[in-house]
Design a protein around this ligand. Structure first.
Ligand code: TZP
Ligand code: MG
Length: 221
């Protein structure tokens, strides 16, 4: 059984893979983040460090079970076969990945779908579709974690996308404890982060600050 999407899942959304931390540390880091109270985890494995499909399945299974044990969604980035094999709760795709219409048609009945949108034109396109649960928008600020990131959209750019989108938006890119409150003021439902958590010296405190900046939205219940 996979979890039904809820916007509160976007409050403290952690993304990690072997491009962010060595594979032998992933399990421990994700476990620590889960213990600290993240509201979603995305397994995103890209680039040179990418594991073989067998290894991804193996590690993914471990991470998937950890998320299941505490009832937070396990989301796979851009790998429909892996998402299916791991019975993921969600799949996230970018604009240059497999077309979102195809993803919705193939797995939309068994997992929720997230889409990256960094321009108003992309949000307008997404608004025409049914079956997208949330959008991921950014980079809001410069990021060290993605070499081929789109141009920075800034807080004003993010606000425009939030105002335009018919589904909740999770902000991404360069989010730190110092800018969390400003990001929350844009109307985003939460933040998705890599380095803020992988480089945190106190994960409990970092996650608490994320949750405090994005209080649980009771109106969704
Ligand atoms: N997509 C847009 S920016 C980004 C991704 C995956 C990287 C976010 O990483 P960080 O370390 O939170 O800036
Ligand atoms: Mg992608």
């Amino acid at each position: 059984m996979s979890l039904i999407f809820h916007p509160n899942m976007l409050r403290a959304y952690f993304i990690c893979g072997t491009q962010d931390v060595p594979d032998y540390q992933l399990d421990a880091i994700v476990s620590e983040a889960i213990k600290a109270g993240i509201t979603a985890f995305q397994y995103r494995d890209k680039g040179n460090s990418r594991l073989s499909s067998e290894q991804r399945l193996d590690l993914g299974q471990t991470l998937r079970e950890k998320c299941r044990a505490v009832g937070i969604p396990f989301i796979v980035d851009d790998d429909i076969e892996l998402a299916k094999a791991l019975d993921a709760d969600g799949i996230h795709v970018g604009q240059s990945d497999q077309r979102v219409e195809q993803v919705i048609a193939e797995v939309g009945d068994r997992m929720f779908v997230g889409l990256s949108c960094s321009t108003l034109a992309e949000v307008d396109q997404a608004n025409l579709l049914d079956g997208i649960a949330y959008l991921g928008s950014g980079p809001v600020f410069p990021t060290q974690s993605k070499a081929d990131a789109d141009p920075v959209i800034g807080l004003d750019g993010l606000t425009d996308l939030v105002d335009d989108s018919k589904v909740p938006i999770v902000a991404i890119g360069g989010i730190t404890e110092a800018n969390l409150k400003q990001v929350a003021q844009t109307g985003a439902a939460g933040v998705s982060v890599i380095s803020m958590l992988t480089q945190s010296s106190d994960m409990d405190q970092t996650v608490q600050r994320m949750l405090a900046a994005f209080p649980e939205d009771e109106s969704y219940k």
